[in-house]
Write a protein of this length. Structure first.
Length: 743
């Protein structure tokens, strides 16, 4: 009742604001104070920071798009020896009209966005996901010591409305960012006030999104402002309510797929001096009763998938991040050009409620378990221009995790059994320390090189590892140390003014975390995983060649990559079963193999306002695994990305006030299944996930300086389809409506 009342109040406020803005021209913004103007100010400022000289209108346009994740300083994507994507807040929330941040990646080259459940969404980048991809928020790690192997839900705990832009670097970036940066690195750059005009200025925004096949409503209210040139602030709150998903013409409504979430964020920037800025920020996301539908009896079978037996299986997810950062920029006369120092506290917690019924004993049971991971973090990043010798980026970081874990079991009489630990060890700690240096220079005319080195040390300790206090010989405590050195060497050629080939070799690693070392919990469908303390870091070597193309009205990128995999921590059967009959698996560094593929994207603009665009991805990978007979064999990587891509056409007025685009997204049959994929019958149909082609139409119009309307129709043919490895189908025909009000 409270939630419904709050939603009704929020929408009443929204429509009241709309009526006021439409009826009162006095609400119109003064030039220089609107949010679009502020965006232009940001782009111009970052363009000035770019080291590239611009000599024509085309280069000026390109200089406005900058990324920082690939190099730790502002760079133009087509000047990098990486494949990098940058998406703005406006693109994610008003152009793409994405349901959540991870779902904004569904049309990107080389990324498969898997859904275990409606709120448990994990992108696969170059065949890897979970703790093999690194996510950050303003340079602070989202990844922690409790991240699970395979798909997880943590990217969905970043509110897409809280960020200014989202960056994705494909391929290893372990030299700059450390453990886990293997398949790709994702970074959310948080919104802040960037325009500091004289006097006091306050702007605001209200955004509403409705989607029919998701039965969802989203409301975002935010404000930002500045007090002269010394203090800037940003405040925002988001509420999302999701109902049951309509899965397409034959599947129909999928019950038990709804949940709610609240998010809030604030960021304050203080200009201490002309050269020193101080930032203080806080954000929180709370998701309630997020279902893992595929493991329940309410799951809808599709193409032969099995339905689960749980009566209910829900997750509560909460994430809090508080941080402060100091940013220094010299006047150009010092040995140090820029420095950033950050202190952060990051709490991620989850609680699982799982209700089951044992038909043979005619008994109900409830398991309630979860954990909280508190991470204290600090990093120092330095940048020095060393003249003709190039540029140095160097620094260090430290993260310390403290994990508490619990489990309580209830039987049909209400009796409670308290276990000494939950899904991973209680009272566990994990420390991650790293130092790095990267050098960039132009060794010859038009030949740009990058080379770097990092050393990382990790330590894991856990006392309460054994989940059963009655064991005659309890499981031993954990005290393990790991270290690793990684390096990279990359080159970019300015072959012509429109063609920039690049190549590189990068090593990457992932240190075993507390999930690897101490897990004692259900894994994929029909498996129970027991951690292992006898593990070493996973190692990867990636080779990559590609090219950026930017000529007249044509732009694009093509990349071939090959990743050599060594010491992959893989599950293997122990030959024993749980009392409930599920096979028990454990972990070992038993996986060696490779992943390779091709990524291509292009856009052609014509007649000023029209464009055609498309992308394509092909991927293949195999890993040595132990089968049920304890024999090694080559096995496809789990959730192997099928050949996929999209084609589209779009029209947009030169001033951006109106646009419309249509696209077709396609994927081939995902029938190259690993041994474990074949056993994951609740998510993957027998023989693999069928291919699909779906069509989308979307557009928008700016009604006035303060009001913009958006809309989309996804899955125009109401096709039943599923993204490979997901626990439920994608929505059928989905009508999305949005309104964006600024003042």
């Amino acid at each position: 009742m409270i939630a419904r009342s709050l939603r009704a109040t929020a929408r009443s406020v929204l429509w009241l604001w709309m009526a006021l803005m439409i009826s009162s021209p006095a609400w119109a913004q003064e030039p220089g104070s609107s949010e679009p103007e502020e965006e232009e100010t940001r782009e111009a400022t970052e363009g000035e920071e770019s080291t590239e000289e611009t000599t024509d209108d085309e280069d000026v346009s390109r200089s406005k798009e900058v990324v920082v994740t690939a190099t730790r300083y502002p760079s133009s994507p087509d000047r990098l020896s990486y494949r990098v994507t940058e998406r703005s807040n406006d693109w994610i929330n008003t152009r793409k009209l994405a349901r959540s941040l991870p779902e904004s990646l569904t049309e990107e080259t080389g990324i498969l966005v898997q859904k275990t459940g409606p709120g448990q969404i994990s992108p696969f980048i170059r065949g890897l996901t979970g703790f093999h991809t690194l996510t950050m928020i303003d340079g602070i790690r989202l990844n922690n010591a409790s991240f699970r192997p395979g798909p997880n839900q943590y990217l969905a705990t970043i509110d897409s409305f809280s960020i200014d832009r989202f960056e994705v670097v494909r391929g290893p970036a372990s030299v700059l960012w450390g453990s886990d940066a293997v398949g790709g690195t994702l970074q959310a750059i948080v919104k802040e006030r960037r325009s500091f005009e004289e006097g006091t200025h306050i702007n605001g925004r209200i955004f509403e999104r409705y989607a029919s096949a998701e039965q969802s409503f989203t409301t975002r209210v935010e404000t930002q402002g500045n007090f002269d040139d010394s203090i800037g602030f940003h405040l925002g709150i988001t509420h999302r309510s999701f109902g049951s998903v309509d899965g397409g013409q034959h599947v129909g409504e999928i019950p038990n797929t709804g949940y709610e979430e609240w998010a809030g964020d604030t960021k304050w920037r203080f200009k201490v001096t002309d050269r020193l800025d101080w930032t203080v920020a806080y954000q929180q996301m709370t998701q309630s009763d997020v279902p893992r539908t595929h493991s329940t009896f309410q799951a809808v079978s599709w193409r032969g998938t099995a339905t689960g037996s749980d009566l209910r299986r829900d997750f509560d997810q909460n994430r809090q991040l508080a941080y402060t950062q100091l940013e220094y920029e010299s006047d150009g006369d010092d040995w140090l050009d820029r420095a950033t120092f950050s202190l952060s506290w990051h709490r991620q917690s989850e609680v699982e409620r799982r209700e089951q019924f044992d038909a043979s004993a005619f008994e109900f049971s409830l398991r309630r378990q979860g954990f909280t991971d508190d991470t204290l973090g600090a990093f120092l990043q330095l940048e020095s221009d060393i003249g003709d010798a190039g540029r140095l980026i160097y620094g260090g970081e430290y993260y310390h995790d403290t994990v508490s874990s619990f489990r309580r079991d209830f039987d049909s009489t209400g009796s409670q059994t308290v276990r000494p630990r939950g899904p991973l060890a209680d009272d566990a700690e994990y420390a991650l320390t790293g130092v790095y240096v990267q050098h960039e220079t132009e060794i010859a005319d038009g030949v740009h090189t990058m080379a770097g080195l990092r050393y990382t040390f990790a330590r894991a300790t856990a006392d309460q590892v054994d989940p059963n206090p009655s064991d005659a010989v309890p499981l031993p405590s954990v005290s393990e140390n790991f270290d690793q050195v990684v390096w990279n060497a990359r080159v970019l050629f300015d072959a012509t003014d429109w063609l920039r080939p690049y190549a590189g070799v990068s090593t990457a690693f992932r240190a075993p975390n507390l999930q690897d070392l101490t897990r004692f919990d259900s894994a994929r469908s029909g498996e129970f995983e027991v951690g292992s303390s006898n593990l070493d870091p996973e190692r990867f070597t990636a080779y990559e060649v590609g090219a950026h193309v930017e000529r007249d009205n044509v732009s694009g990128n093509v990349t071939y990559f090959y990743t050599d995999v060594n010491n992959l921590i893989a599950r293997f059967p122990t030959g024993t079963m749980t009392p409930g009959g599920d096979p028990i698996v454990t972990l070992a560094n038993s996986g060696d193999g490779y992943i390779h593929g091709v990524e291509a994207a292009a856009e052609v603009r014509f007649a000023k306002e029209w464009r055609v665009f498309g992308n394509f991805t092909w991927l293949e990978g195999y890993i040595e695994v132990l089968n049920a007979f304890d024999v090694e064999e080559d096995d496809p990587i789990s959730r192997l990305f099928p050949a996929a891509g999209l084609v589209g056409v779009g029209w947009e007025e030169e001033d951006g006030s109106k646009y419309v685009e249509a696209l077709a997204q396609f994927a081939g049959d995902a029938d190259r299944l690993s041994l474990r994929d074949k056993g994951d019958t609740q998510r993957i149909p027998p023989g693999g996930t069928p291919g699909y082609t779906v069509f989308t139409l979307r557009g928008g119009v700016r009604v006035s300086q303060n009001i913009a309307l958006f809309g989309a129709i996804e899955n125009l043919t109401n096709h039943d389809y599923r993204i490979h490895g997901s626990g439920l189908n994608q929505p059928g025909t989905n009508v999305i409506l949005g309104v964006d009000l600024t003042f």
